[in-house]
Design a protein around this ligand. Structure first.
Ligand code: FES
Length: 749
């Protein structure tokens, strides 16, 4: 059985309330400051670009020592500026709102870069920005043609992606428009070979080739060959520098990928995803000095703009992804505020020195040309120890089919997964809601026992709440859906809200895969059993009864199970028709009770008492007993059955009310918690949870309930003993939210 707890899961959106509001307020302040000065700046940058390009042509015409090398460097800088500070930024609409914007309007700008602007807008504005790092929806550079993350599916052509990048580099200016149109066609749904992907790119590439390899070289008189060489090298370095900087944003080292959050992604979650999926880079001083020197020597220009115009908006990519239509100069100004906001919300502010990204990219592209997932990335030998899994990955990847079990996207596979609601129907006269949930992709191999539950995360009045709901069937009898029944409860903030609002087509967030508490495990469905349910407590019980009916029928025997089901009145009874059918068909004995007498003859009235138990189930003490009901009913049942002689270990109960965490008094003991993956350690006392210890070490652990119920935080314990284990069996995997140390501990974090 695969459980959420088997997966190190940290890629999911918490959507902490308030983030969007703060960021939108910052945006409003910054956007209001964009004005005539910014337009003047962009005109100034344009003039600087023209001066750089004029000097490049002059160098090629006049020749001289190092002319080719210098012309190449100037073209590289010209292309970087054209791409980032100018085209990319202007076409996002940074100046559209300003009067007198002239040529700097997103619909009018004549971009000196080998792309079709309409293809660019489709690929970048429609495909990439809203869907940043959502697998299957973001078709940006690293997610389709190249494989830039271990969470991404592997397909056949990825085996040759290093060679593909090299070929792209060799023909970069000419390949660029085809490359971009191929990403845009995925967004638009065009075929690989179509006039959409070929006609306009061919025109753009042809125009560039004519200028670069015919017009300029043959106009340069006897310097044809040096000009050809400089134009070729300038094109390759210019376009590859742009490609390199664009790739850094989301792929230099692993940034997070996300499953499709569905239409219900909140504004807070949207902004959080943008921050977690994006990276800034820190320019290299030595490289900048070299470029500044060349510019100072070659391009006389009054009031030279800051060198960061060559990176404009790519070095501040976090800010750009939050506010795509803010000019780069403004992104640079607000970067410290964005960093502070990210810190306040516990979000990373990804930043990497430019030159450090080179080996990271090389490692990423090379390593991911093999079908390695997140677990094996950097440790390829692990995959070769599983030849069948490897062959399966190769077979699916070569056939361009995603693997059903989704082995690459392990992290978000189980943690905070958005799950579609297939149907939501009122039950028990509107007192409950019967909900069928679709199995998310990658959950085909997830199994659960009778009595298992799921944990649903929901934000109510700004507060993150996690609630448990039992599945009403085990995975053997399930179709491809998971079914829960949510009963209204007095003051139930999540249950009542779900009853009021949840409809087919909505999404709910599951903290993890279904979990079975060992307490409610049923070993022998054919053995005599007693089931005591109260109200919505019938949901895990009906799952047990369905299993009993199925397995006794398969064994060709009648079920020897008795159900006592207590409800307030005859309108509150859940699953009554099915319970009666189970009783008829399998032999399960059914007793339905209501607190208030009902005129119906097939219902008894009364609450659970020892006398009632003895009268209705005379052999109760010999039955394996499962109780799920309000605490008072469970306590009465337990006391009565114990008095009748039922051993404690044969009384099973399930409760979603977690006991308060009892922290032992500080006896002066101190323990070291080591985090094996991160290589850090902290010292704690015996009253500190391991989750708190991880927080102190700056390690983020996925959590949900923080009460030991949802199992989102379950972590492998490599060494040491927790206080839980003092009273019970040793555990390899522990809920760190409720575990405290009673020795030094080593965790797989
Ligand atoms: S966070 Fe739910 S069990 Fe630890």
């Amino acid at each position: 059985m695969t459980l959420a707890s088997d997966v190190r899961a940290d890629t999911a959106l918490t959507g902490t309330t308030g983030l969007a509001e703060e960021l939108q307020a910052l945006y409003a302040r910054a956007k209001a400051r964009v004005g005539e000065d910014d337009l003047a700046h962009i005109r100034h940058v344009t003039a600087y670009g023209e001066a750089i390009d004029a000097r490049r042509r002059e160098l090629l015409r006049d020749g001289g020592p190092r002319a080719i090398r210098r012309a190449t460097a100037l073209e590289m800088m010209y292309r970087l500026m054209q791409f980032s500070e100018l085209g990319h930024n202007i076409i996002h609409g940074s100046y559209d709102h300003l009067p007198g914007n002239g040529e700097y309007h997103s619909d009018r700008y004549d971009w000196d870069f080998n792309v079709d602007v309409e293809h660019w807008k489709t690929m970048h504005h429609v495909g990439h920005h809203p869907n940043t790092n959502i697998v299957g929806r973001d078709h940006d550079l690293g997610y389709s043609i190249l494989r830039g993350s271990a969470g991404q599916d592997w397909y056949g052509h990825h085996a040759g992606q290093v060679a593909m990048v090299s070929a792209l580099a060799a023909l970069a200016p000419l390949a660029a428009p085809f490359f971009l149109s191929n990403i845009a066609r995925k967004v638009e749904g065009h075929r690989f070979f179509s006039s959409y992907t070929l006609r306009t790119p061919a025109r753009i590439a042809g125009r560039d080739a004519r200028r670069r390899f015919v017009d300029e070289p043959f106009r340069s008189g006897w310097k044809t060959l040096p000009t050809l060489a400089a134009n070729y090298l300038g094109g390759v370095t210019g376009y590859m520098s742009v490609l390199f900087l664009v790739f850094i944003e989301h792929h230099a080292g692993e940034l997070e990928l996300f499953t499709d959050p569905g239409p219900d992604e909140t504004a807070d979650q949207y902004y959080e995803r943008q921050i977690r999926a994006t990276r800034n880079f820190l320019p290299s001083t030595s490289m900048d000095d070299a470029l500044a020197r060349i510019l100072a020597e070659e391009v006389p220009f009054a009031d030279r703009p800051d060198l960061r115009i060559f990176y404009g908006g790519l070095d501040t990519h976090v800010e750009h992804h939050l506010f795509p239509d803010l000019p780069p100069s403004m992104q640079r100004q607000i970067a410290p505020e964005v960093r502070a906001i990210a810190a306040r919300y516990g979000l990373p502010y990804n930043e990497t020195p430019l030159l450090e990204t080179v080996p990271l990219i090389a490692k990423t592209l090379t390593g991911l040309s093999a079908p390695l997932g997140e677990r094996e990335f950097g440790r390829p030998r692990e995959l070769f120890t599983q030849p069948r899994a490897l062959l399966r990955r190769l077979a699916y990847g070569m056939a361009y089919k995603p693997l059903p079990e989704s082995p690459y996207l392990d992290k978000p596979r189980f943690y905070n997964v958005p799950v579609a609601v297939l149907s939501a129907a009122p039950a028990a006269d509107g007192q409950a809601l019967s909900v069928r949930l679709a199995r998310p992709r990658g959950w085909d191999d997830v199994e659960w026992d009778a009595g298992a539950y799921v944990s649903v995360r929901m934000t109510v009045d700004g507060e993150e709440l996690v609630r448990q709901y039992s599945l009403v069937h085990d995975s053997t009898s399930a179709s491809d859906a998971m079914e829960i029944c949510i009963k209204r409860v007095a003051d139930g903030r999540v249950s009542n809200r779900l009853n009021d609002e949840l409809r087919a087509g909505d999404h709910v967030t599951l903290v993890g895969a279904p979990h079975s508490s060992g307490e409610f495990a049923m070993d022998a469905p054919t053995a005599p059993s007693l089931h005591i349910a109260g109200g919505v407590g019938i949901t895990p019980i009906i799952s047990l009864l369905r299993r009993i009916a199925r397995e006794t029928s398969e064994a060709g025997v009648r079920a020897d199970a008795t159900l006592l089901y207590f409800n307030r009145d005859d309108r509150s009874i859940l699953f009554e028709p099915e319970l009666r059918a189970l009783a008829r068909e399998s032999g399960i004995t059914l007793h339905l009770f209501t607190d208030t007498p009902s005129p119906r003859a097939d219902l008894d009235s009364g609450r659970l008492t020892p006398e009632l138990l003895e009268r209705v189930v005379p052999d109760a003490a010999s039955r394996e007993t499962y109780a799920c009901a309000p605490l008072v009913v469970v306590d009465t049942a337990r006391d009565a059955l114990t008095a009748l002689g039922l051993p404690a270990e044969r009384f099973h109960t399930e409760s979603f009310t977690a006991p308060e965490l009892e922290r032992p008094a500080d006896d002066g003991s101190r323990y070291t918690v080591r985090f094996a993956r991160t290589g850090t350690s902290v010292e704690i006392d015996g009253g500190t949870t391991l989750l708190e210890a991880a927080g102190r070490a700056g390690i983020r652990v996925p959590t949900g309930c923080e009460r030991g119920l949802c199992k989102a935080c379950v972590t492998t314990k490599l060494d040491g003993t927790t206080q839980h284990e003092g009273d019970g069996p040793a555990q390899e995997r522990v809920t760190v939210c409720t575990s405290m140390a009673s020795s030094d501990i080593e965790l797989d974090l």
